[in-house]
Design a protein around this ligand. Sequence first.
Ligand code: NAD
Ligand code: DAU
Length: 351
Amino acid sequence: MKKNILITGGAGFIGSHLVRLLVHKYPTYHIVNMDVLTYAGNLENLKEIEAKENYTFVKVDICDFETVKQTFITYKIDAVIHLAAESHVDRSIKDPFSFAQTNVMGTLSLLQAAKETWGSDFTNKLFYHVSTDEVYGSLGEDGLFTEDTAYDPHSPYAASKASSDHFVRAFHDTYQLPVVVSNCSNNYGSYQFPEKLIPLFINNIIHNKPLPVYGKGENVRDWLFVNDHARAIDVIFHKGKIGETYNIGGFNEWKNIDLINVIIKTVDRLLGREAGTSQKLITYITDRAGHDFRYAIDSSKLKEELGWEPSLQFEAGIEKTVAWYLENQEWLHNITSGDYRAYYDKMYGVD
Ligand code: NAD
Ligand code: DAU
């Protein structure tokens, strides 16, 4: 029975969905959310559970090894679900150093803290590393990434995540640290920072701003509703086999331009605008450097071995997502204005 669970990056997009799920579903677990609150960390995402007795927030940089180790000791951490990362590909192209620092050194710091505090008795211990399909590189028109696909990362973000995956597996092979890794495709849903395609475009359509489409808009991504990713993590955390890797995906491929047209249609309709009003905002711009053409995940191992599959059809998921951003324009405004940064000070006092 794993009781004290450290979730890193719990104030981010996927992390906040996971924290909410686990805090509600497992009242006997103590969920410790470790997040340093970079630009992508927003405690407003966790308002709903911040006062729960089985939840604690600690503002800690995962790269600060001594404080990370002390946190393991203070909260008697049994298991880690590690999501904290620099996660935006475009930022990694501009500043690769911070990606190597957080994603590689931060992961190493957590692994070493787990190893040192858990000693040689790994009974009921688990280090769960949350990774991405981008480590596998880019597909052509056909084929799917499986757990056996060779690593071939292209962006500095993907290279840093690939490196962190290797460190996790190295700690298993060298020190027998009990680890499990999952590699997931593109997530969408509420609370995603509006620099990623879907929330950025919804926000821009609301404000009649240009929609910057990279290249010809022909790149393909495999979209999964974020709550389904959180459910998959829950299943793998409880039932996954030590040392194994599980791919998570939606079997839901979309060419960017087709997806963008669905977003435009949905936002215009829900805002009561005439169909096609925002079509004129589409602006083709220079392609992303090293832009991977296509990602698509084969998640049949997860379905066959652990019984997980996506719960939501894309049409329903995108409708829910657009509706959420339209109903939560204050949340979007707080982010784009920078006001969300005041939330930590207000709730926890100035550090
Ligand atoms: P995000 O950028 O929304 O959130 C990242 C969180 O990590 C933020 O709260 C941030 O404050 C925190 N963080 C960053 N650096 C930190 C540090 N040094 N110490 C402590 N906290 C730090 O990211 P996301 O989209 O929620 O992704 C979460 C994880 O899932 C990442 O590891 C990412 O690689 C992986 N992933 C994301 C997707 C996706 O589509 N978003 C898909 C597959 C895998
Ligand atoms: O595949 C999983 C990955 O998905 C995660 O590991 C990453 O953390 C996450 O950010 C996401 O990466 P992508 O680069 O695929 O997501 P992004 O939303 O940045 O872009 C999606 C596609 O849309 C991609 O082909 C680039 C394109 N795009 C993106 C933006 C932000 C545009 O055409 N215009 C844009 O302004």
